[in-house]
Design a protein around this ligand. Structure first.
Ligand code: FMN
Length: 209
């Protein structure tokens, strides 16, 4: 069984966090969830979730979702001796991005991320903010050089999403790929697929007119 740590922070994109939890549970993984105080607010504001629980995150009662208090530095995921298959912060605020980039470990999200980096395990940062300040960019570069993967919540539209769920799945599928978790979400570019509505040659002609 894979053990994945999931940090949920106060950046817009609660739908990503819920879909990611569901997909990880469906894959058979155990999901160790930490929600920051502002992450709780986002879950309430964007999803109407008043109580963070396995049921509200995964859509059903399950022992595969373990929820930790964001200040519980005595939790087992605060130690490198607890073996995990990686951590993802989704969505990740600029605040938490900066905290992790600075190596601050006085919260469980910061400490678990620092542990993930020091143990050279996979750390995926699903940052959400726009535009980006030079400080955000420097924090991203610093984390990337430390081994983290910066995976902004930045959906592509080349698969012609029809619903918000399609857009969410695109980002979540990418995150699952980075965590090495198998999934069947529609995220792959397939040049063999039937041509899209637009005729590429005509579109190119039109662009030069
Ligand atoms: C409704 C709402 C939406 C927010 N969206 C974002 C966002 O998309 N990105 C971001 O970096 N901060 C966002 N913030 C600000 C963060 O929540 C704030 O900086 C907070 O301190 C983050 O704390 P955390 O990193 O501990 O979760 C938002 C705040 C609120 C109330």
């Amino acid at each position: 069984m894979k053990h994945i740590v999931l940090g949920i922070t106060g950046a817009s994109g609660a739908l990503y966090a819920r879909r990611l939890t569901q997909q990880l549970v469906d894959s058979g993984a155990r999901v160790h969830v930490i929600v920051s105080a502002f992450g709780r607010r986002l879950l309430a504001d964007e999803l109407g979730v008043s109580k963070v629980s396995p049921e509200t995150l995964a859509g059903r009662e399950t022992e595969q979702v373990v929820i930790y208090h964001p200040r519980d530095l005595g939790a087992r995921i605060a130690s490198g001796s607890f073996l995990t298959d990686g951590m993802v912060v989704c969505p990740c605020s600029s605040n938490t991005l900066g905290m992790i980039a600075a190596g601050i470990g006085d919260s469980l999200i910061g400490r678990a991320a620092a542990v993930t980096l020091k143990e050279a395990r996979r750390l995926v940062i699903v940052h959400r903010e726009m535009p980006l300040s030079p400080i955000d960019l420097q924090n991203m570069l610093r984390l990337s050089r430390a081994g983290a993967i910066i995976c902004p919540a930045n959906p592509g539209f080349y698969l012609f999403p029809q619903t918000i769920d399609d857009i969410v799945d695109f980002v979540v599928g990418k995150v699952l790929d980075l965590l090495g978790v198998a999934h069947s979400l529609n995220t792959r570019w397939n040049p063999e697929a039937p041509p899209a509505v637009v005729d590429v040659a005509e579109a190119a002609d039109g662009a030069t007119e």
